[in-house]
Write a protein that binds this ligand. Structure first.
Ligand code: L34
Length: 291
């Protein structure tokens, strides 16, 4: 069993990006610039966005954080997006999800300029991805692909089972793993809440990608010997023995599953940091396109 170390890999990717930024700054050009919009006080979202801003600092990007109160109207948010769509010397921006219930997520996604949509959520980018065209890829799926590539994991002709069909993870992941690329080129099964007996699929899988947000969902007996297990789930569960009062757990019953796998991602320290690295990568890509 080998651990897919997202922290270590992300550090390496950040160093690579920093080298590029250093060269840009040495040439007296402006730094790449990412803006993040955070609506409300969701503790997990605050932590993720804080880390994204820190990552920008670490690689030499400029970053701007727009914090909005949870009772902001949809129109006010759309006005801000309109500004960010054309703001000078801005390469990309994200609107952190989830949004408060009174705001229509679809309208917000549609309002973002696809050329600045470094989350890759706009239908233009999603469609391009599905058609093998150049596009901003959504950060979490892109991070998983990057991880598979850098660990040289063979995916061609393998059976990849994905659990969860969310717009930001499961659905795009099913497309990327099925594309004729390396990594990719897998036979893909997309399981979801209407799949009876998920274990019948996971037991046959060479690669399992869980993205449901149900702690300890994937058990030892659901996994084939030697499978690759990628855990995207990240839930906060109460734990009085920790300083914060909670701990982060994935969708995989890690302690019992790990020894059965060939490769496995931990939570935390697996897919999460890779997501953040891919956001940096997309922002740099956007910057280069603007040149
Ligand atoms: N717009 N909304 C938008 N873009 C995204 O790409 C996201 N996502 C998901 C939620 N909403 C979004 C994220 O940023 C999930 N996500 C995300 C990003 C980073 C981490 C986890 C989820 C992360 O850094 N995880 C760390 C632990 C962080 C902690 O201590 O809280 C890890 O090691 O897994």
């Amino acid at each position: 069993m080998q651990i897919l170390d997202g922290n270590k890999l992300s550090k390496k990717i950040r160093e690579e990006i920093k080298q590029e930024v250093d060269a840009i700054l040495d040439a007296d050009k402006r730094a790449p610039h990412l803006a993040a919009v955070l609506v409300g006080e969701d503790p997990a979202s605050q932590s993720y966005v804080r880390n994204k801003i820190k990552d920008c600092e670490a690689v030499g990007f400029k970053s701007t954080l727009h914090r909005l109160s949870s009772d902001i109207s949809e129109e006010e948010l759309l006005d801000l997006i309109e500004k960010l769509n054309t703001e000078k010397d801005l390469d990309g921006f994200i609107v952190q999800l989830p949004l408060p219930k009174h705001i229509d997520q679809e309208r917000v996604t549609m309002a973002i300029n696809p050329d600045r949509d470094v989350d890759g959520f706009h239908p233009t980018n999603f469609g391009k991805m599905a058609l093998d065209m150049d596009a901003f890829l959504p950060a979490t799926p892109a991070g998983i692909m990057e991880m598979l590539e850098r660990y040289n994991i063979d995916t061609k002709g393998k059976h990849c089972v994905i659990i969860g069909r969310s717009h930001i993870v499961g659905r795009p992941m099913s497309i990327l793993m099925g594309r004729k690329t390396t990594p990719g080129n897998s036979t893909v099964t997309l399981c979801h809440s209407a799949t009876p007996h998920v274990e019948e699929f996971t037991k046959e899988a060479d690669i399992i990608i869980t993205a449901l947000g149900v702690p300890n969902f994937l058990k030892e007996e659901m996994v084939k010997e030697g499978a690759v297990v990628i855990d995207v789930g990240i839930s906060r569960v109460e734990d009085d023995s920790t300083k914060k009062g909670y701990k982060l757990v994935g969708d995989v019953d890690y302690e019992n599953v790990k020894d059965k796998t060939s490769y496995i991602t931990p939570v935390p320290g697996g897919v999460g940091p890779m997501t953040r690295s891919m956001l940096l990568k997309n922002t740099l890509l956007s910057y280069k396109r603007n040149k």
